[in-house]
Design a protein. Structure first.
Length: 151
């Protein structure tokens, strides 16, 4: 799946005050739809999807670039990857820390929306976003890690 099929935008507060990252897909829907489903054909739910950002630089700076990804937690396969400037991810992390809720009853501190030409396919509330440097090490101060979670 080509990264240029995806565009990513961050709204720092939705109607609930929760930041939202919206990922638009404009490529061929057939293969992508398969990535959005589990082995039973149901859409992946929030606990089956991990969110991460992998820098293509040594440190998190607004001018850096990287790859934002959603991964199927069960299979380890990438659901999608998109080239994104670090500034966009920094805005999401800051908004989630200051305006999002981390109450598990509320579902998470930010929302991920995946849209195709047919409309919204996935809408998940998430509380974890792991940011990795170019060597694959987690950058804790740039990541969203719920309290009580140990890596």
């Amino acid at each position: 799946m080509r990264r240029d099929y995806f565009t990513l935008d961050v709204d720092t507060a939705d109607d609930d005050g929760r930041p939202t990252v919206t990922i638009e897909f404009d490529g061929p829907t057939g293969p992508f739809e398969e990535r959005l489903t589990d082995e039973t054909g149901s859409l992946l739910d929030a606990v089956q999807v991990d969110v991460s950002y992998r820098l293509q630089a040594a440190e998190m700076r607004p001018e850096a670039t990287g790859v934002f990804s959603l991964t199927n937690r069960v299979t380890g396969d990438y659901v999608l990857e998109a080239n994104v400037d670090a500034e966009v991810v920094l805005r999401l992390v800051e908004a989630a820390r200051t305006g999002g809720t981390d109450d598990e009853d509320e579902g998470g501190c930010y929302r991920v929306v995946v849209r195709t030409t047919d409309g919204e396919r996935l809408v998940h509330d998430k509380s974890t976003l792991l940011v990795y440097d170019e060597d694959g090490e987690v950058i804790r101060e740039s990541s969203l890690i719920p309290s009580g979670v140990e890596l």
